[in-house]
Design a protein around this ligand. Structure first.
Ligand SMILES: [Zn+2]
Length: 440
């Protein structure tokens, strides 16, 4: 029998569809599963009690799109001609980095980025790795790191035909190989991934979509992030990005489109009709100056939207804050989107993007015990049922996360990663980054 653990005396934001909030209650979990979430004290025997008096418990936050290896570029000053558009950002910054990545970098970046996300309250992320010179077994290296840290993840190698057709096939194969290997793994799962429609042929898109359907895993693809994607598809195929993906049968309830910045109403309709989801990355979109995704229009069409960081700023609170403000600025309407909607994107809707809404994304009996505890010592005004979601969007940040449970295990305690010493994480990523910077 697994131990029965209980978080007691907590202010609980369940994140469930009803929006239930409990002012003082408990969360009981046995092994990896939540048994009850209710007001008052738990009934029955509890083996381990975690007293959360004066603290807030929220569901582990969901990062719907990331690139762990992005962390190795923090602070790097590259000796390049400065890019003036998104295509140049890829050509001058990211693609040379991709090519320089080794399996050791895949491991080191996954260790540091997982630790960063977990400590900041993200308990699940969907990551795609890109490295044309480190394809085979890259996913083993990443999973080794994420499992050492104890974070839940969905991984993929980002297949592309940027250099050769063969490169695309090797990318797909790495995903299929890894999918078989990790079958039944509770922490790590796999999705199929293709980089973006402008770096792959029709064949590869169709093949990836078919493989994903056969193994019954999600498919993810960068979509109309910059204008280069749209122009490529208009020039070569006479159709817009989403129209091409629709023709190739790559849309559907298990497809997650990252970005969707340059899309029109017809494309929104196609996304909505096919029940495709979208991972919105507002901070990265600002960083790369690609534009503002029509999130409000997509929400109005009932499209499920999760929040991603795209490999930059691994603090989900900052990403929520940006998503909350960017659409107000873009629309000139300060009421265009509310904090509840943003919180849902970072929790239940993020989980829904990947078909995980029955497992994670809210604190409910039967779901996996992925729970984030927030320290409230910095909060300047009362925490009440009507103020708490506002605080989550406007007051807290990743540094207020005191403790984190994943699968019912305490993996962050008083802001420290429990399973791997912080100095080891830092050492591994510093050394790897220093070598990478030299190669660049
Ligand atoms: Zn991305």
């Amino acid at each position: 029998m697994s131990e029965t653990k209980a978080i007691t005396n907590a202010f609980i934001v369940t994140g469930e569809a009803s929006g239930r909030i409990i002012e003082k209650g408990h969360i009981v979990f046995e092994g990896s599963r939540i048994k009850s979430v209710a007001a008052g004290n738990p009934k029955g025997d509890i083996d381990v009690e975690f007293d959360a008096s004066g603290k807030v418990a929220i569901p582990g936050l969901i990062t719907a799109h990331t690139h762990l290896y992005g962390i190795l570029l923090r602070g790097a000053s590259l000796n390049i001609d400065l890019p003036t558009d998104f295509a140049q950002v890829l050509q001058r910054v990211w693609w040379p980095v991709d090519e320089a990545l080794t399996l050791e970098d895949a491991y080191a970046s996954a260790l540091a980025a997982s630790a960063d996300m977990l400590r900041n309250g993200s308990t699940f992320f969907a990551d795609t790795y890109s490295g044309p010179n480190s394809i085979e077994s890259s996913l083993d290296m990443i999973a080794k790191a994420t499992e050492e840290i104890g974070i839940r993840s969905m991984l993929a190698f980002e297949a592309t035909e940027r250099h050769t057709k063969e490169e695309g096939q090797r990318g797909l194969s790495e995903n299929v190989r890894f999918a078989k290997k990790i079958k039944g793994n509770e922490l790590t799962s796999l999705m199929m991934s293709i980089h973006a429609s402008f770096t792959v042929s029709d064949d590869l898109i169709q093949q990836a979509a078919k493989m994903a359907r056969n193994i019954d895993i999600p498919l993810t693809i960068h979509t109309s992030e910059g204008l280069v994607d749209l122009y490529h598809n208009l020039e070569r195929y006479g159709e817009r990005t989403i129209e091409r993906l629709n023709r190739l049968e790559a849309l559907g309830p298990k497809t997650v489109l990252a970005h969707c910045v340059h899309i029109n109403n017809h494309e929104i309709e196609l996304i909505s009709k096919s029940k495709t989801s979208v991972a919105h990355n507002p901070m990265s979109n600002m960083l790369n100056a690609v534009g503002i995704s029509p999130v409000i229009d997509m929400l109005n069409e009932g499209i499920t939207i999760g929040l991603g960081n795209d490999g930059w700023i691994f603090d989900p609170f900052e990403n929520m804050r940006c998503a909350y403000t960017i659409h107000r600025l873009a629309s000139g309407n300060p009421s265009i989107i509310g904090p509840d909607q943003i919180f849902r994107m970072a929790t239940l809707d993020g989980a829904r993007c990947y078909g995980l809404e029955n497992k994670i994304g809210s604190l409910e009996a039967g779901k996996l015990a992925d729970i984030v505890i927030l320290d409230c010592s910095r909060v300047p005004t009362p925490i009440t049922c009507s103020s708490i979601i506002g605080h989550i969007i406007s007051t807290f940040n990743g540094r207020d996360v005191s403790d984190v449970f994943v699968n019912g295990e305490l993996v962050v305690k008083n802001r420290e990663i429990v399973r791997v010493p912080d100095n080891k994480i830092r050492e591994v990523s510093q050394e790897s980054a220093a070598r990478l910077w030299k190669r660049l």
